[in-house]
Each structure stands twice: as structure tokens, then as C-alpha cells.
Design a protein around this ligand. Structure first.
Ligand code: HEM
Length: 208
């Protein structure tokens, strides 16, 4: 996993991301994995509460799910779980107090999508994640600070599909088995952009 960010712009939305990833032929995860963030214009000076995320995750034999930990480890941080079903990419915000099936997150964070795509080998989703950088769940609270110029993030991929895939609050998961890790995600000046508000307004699709 690179620590220094790679900047890229999604051609359809025009959104510019700092991103970190593992190549498709990486020994750490079959099919590769990329996560990116775009942040509000002042996020490198004042801690942001939200971001626009980019996820590209692997499908193997047309199945699988992936996840990101917004604090690094699996436990006691906000988790984003994502998977495709037919042409739709679903997400579920989760929280784990131990290394077992995470609970539905009880805080007020919300995901709305800008765009998504699914093919036989990968799925992508670009999403706005509001109230996602500070979390509170059953007495456990914490957050990720953007003003320090870096995030600590975790990634995970799994080969099997979730159970109940069209009902995000009701999914069942097997323990992930296509790699996991924690990385220091450095942010550069491309991460925070004056166009953030305009980009965030493109997130009009709620998938539930
Ligand atoms: C690590 C179990 C779901 C994110 C681990 C580990 C276990 C585990 C046992 C430690 C493995 C090791 O160190 O060798 C499970 C089970 C799950 C589940 C049983 C569901 C049934 C999730 C989900 C996410 C996630 C949904 C994120 C969306 C992570 C991450 C790590 C990890 C980032 C590596 C960092 C760490 O060790 O804390 N998981 N997990 N897990 N898990 Fe999960």
C-alpha cells in the first residue's frame, strides 16, 4: 500500500481524489483494491466531518465484498462495507467492538452515492460520507483528523458475497479472506479542493 497519495480525477464527475491502492496482481489481495478521498476546501487546516470517497474493489468469480476502516483497525472505529448486487453497489456503515460480525452503526453518519459501476472483475462506488469522520456508538467514540495531513485507514476484502445483499442492515458476512491491512494515508494539497461543495451536491442517490 502506498503511503504517499496518488492524485487522480474521475472523468465523469470531475472529482479529484488522493488515493492509495494495491495493484490487481498484488500478493496482498487478489484483484487489487483502491480507496480515495476528496475533502472540503479547509480540511487540511480544520478537521473535516465528511468526505467524498472512491472505492474500487475486486470481484472474484463475480462475488465478494470490501471494507474500509476510517480509523485503521477493525474495532472501535467507523467501518464502511461495500458490495455489488446486479447493477447496484450497496454500502453499510458498521461498528465492531470485537473481531466478530460488526453491528449496524448507531450514529448519524450517512452515505449518498455520486455514481457506481459493476463489471465481472471489479466494482466501483463514489460516495459522500457525511458525519463519518467523528464516530460514537454505544459509548465508544473517536474520530479521524484531517488537519494533521494524514489519515490512518484500514482495508479488507472478502471472496464471498454477503447474505441478504439487497438489505444493508440485514447482511450477514463470513470473516474476510482476501487480505486486510492498516496504512498511513498521507494527504497532499490535492485532497482538499474549493470545488468540494459543488462535488458533494452530485451525491443525490441513496441506496438502501
Ligand atoms: C481484522 C474478523 C468483518 C475490517 C480482523 C481479524 C479478525 C476479523 C479475526 C484479525 C485477523 C488477524 O489479525 O489475523 C472479522 C469477522 C467479520 C469481520 C469475523 C464478520 C463476520 C469486518 C468488516 C470490516 C473489517 C465488515 C470492515 C468493513 C477489518 C480490518 C482488519 C480486520 C481493517 C485489520 C486490522 C485489524 O486487525 O484490526 N477481522 N471481521 N472486518 N478486519 Fe475484520
Amino acid at each position: 500500500q502506498n503511503n504517499a497519495p496518488v492524485t487522480f480525477t474521475d472523468p465523469d464527475s470531475g472529482i479529484t481524489f488522493n488515493s492509495w491502492g494495491l495493484a490487481a496482481n498484488s500478493p496482498q489481495t487478489k484483484g487489487g483494491f483502491t480507496f480515495g478521498v476528496a475533502l472540503p476546501s479547509d480540511a487540511l487546516e480544520t478537521d473535516a466531518t465528511e468526505f467524498i470517497g472512491y472505492l474500487q474493489c475486486a470481484r472474484n468469480d463475480e462475488s465478494g465484498w470490501c471494507g474500509v476502516s476510517l480509523g485503521g483497525p477493525m474495532t472501535n472505529t467507523l467501518l464502511i462495507t461495500a458490495w455489488p448486487n446486479e447493477d447496484t453497489v450497496y454500502t453499510s456503515l458498521r461498528f465492531a467492538t470485537g473481531y466478530a460480525m460488526p453491528e449496524v452503526y448507531k450514529g448519524d453518519a450517512e452515505i449518498t452515492q455520486v455514481s457506481s459501476s459493476v463489471n465481472s472483475t471489479h466494482f466501483n462506488v463514489i460516495f459522500r460520507c457525511q458525519n463519518c469522520l467523528q464516530w460514537s456508538h454505544g459509548g465508544a467514540s473517536g474520530g479521524a483528523s484531517t488537519s494533521g495531513g494524514a489519515l490512518v485507514l484500514g482495508w479488507v476484502q472478502a471472496f464471498a458475497d454477503p447474505g441478504n445483499p439487497t438489505c444493508p442492515d440485514e447482511i450477514t458476512l463470513e470473516q474476510h479472506d482476501n487480505g486486510m491491512g492498516i496504512w498511513g494515508a498521507q494527504l497532499n494539497s490535492d485532497a482538499a479542493n474549493p470545488s468540494y461543495t459543488e462535488w458533494a451536491a452530485q451525491a443525490t442517490k441513496t441506496v438502501t
